[in-house]
Ligand binder design. Structure first.
Ligand SMILES: Cc1cc2nc3c(=O)[nH]c(=O)nc-3n(C[C@H](O)[C@H](O)[C@H](O)COP(=O)(O)O)c2cc1C
Length: 179
């Protein structure tokens, strides 16, 4: 399968990146093709709601690095989002990518039928802290007719490296077997 991974953390050695690496390693071992985009290290703004998507030959008329990701999402079988929780919600770094999935809808692109997964973590010891990430993705996926295949939700990790005290990386690797 063609898997696109979009990350949202700005911490290269952080917790969600460690889980992302574990997922990708396992997915590639399973024979999947993985393309990874680290949104926090790309130039990606928000949606301008101009409704001119794909009219200039690119997904977004406000040409930035989203246009590098868009063709891969279009042809992917699977999209995996990985991010920490920021203020009970989706970090700004990846939200621009998620918002601009709108461009496919506006342009009438066929993107239904994909599978998606989520890998996320947060400081607090409470799984519901991750609802602010999980639920918008679940509802958006339902609208897009994407099937949620798995969620790796790891509470109680603050500093980079804390993930090693949990089974988060093991869970992320197991997610690769669900596609
Ligand atoms: C701007 C910011 C906001 C955060 N907001 C929350 C929050 O609302 N709830 C929480 O439990 N942790 C919060 N955290 C902690 C991160 O989710 C946590 O440190 C996580 O492990 C970071 O993942 P990373 O290492 O992949 O970047 C926040 C961290 C930052 C930098």
């Amino acid at each position: 399968m063609k898997i696109v991974v979009v990350t949202g953390s700005p911490r290269k050695h952080g917790n969600s990146f460690a889980m992302t690496d574990a997922f990708i390693r396992e997915a590639e071992q399973c024979g999947h093709t993985v393309k990874r985009f680290d949104a926090a290290f790309m130039k990606i703004g928000g949606c301008h709601a101009c409704q001119t998507c794909f009219k200039t030959g690119k997904a977004c008329s406000f040409d930035d690095d989203f246009n590098l990701i868009a063709p891969s999402i279009l042809e992917a079988d699977v999209v995996v989002f990985t991010m920490p929780v920021y203020w009970y919600s989706i970090p700004a770094q990846i939200k621009g990518v998620i918002d601009r999935i709108y461009s496919f809808c506006i342009a009438g692109k066929e993107i239904s039928g994909k599978k998606y997964g989520l890998i996320t973590c947060c400081e607090e010891d409470d799984l519901t802290v991750m609802d602010g990430v999980r639920i918008p993705l679940q509802r958006s996926a339902a609208l897009l007719k994407w099937e949620m295949v798995g969620e790796v939700l790891v509470p109680g990790v603050l500093e980079a490296g804390d993930i090693d005290k949990t089974d988060g990386c093991k869970q992320a690797a197991e997610l690769a077997h669900k596609f």
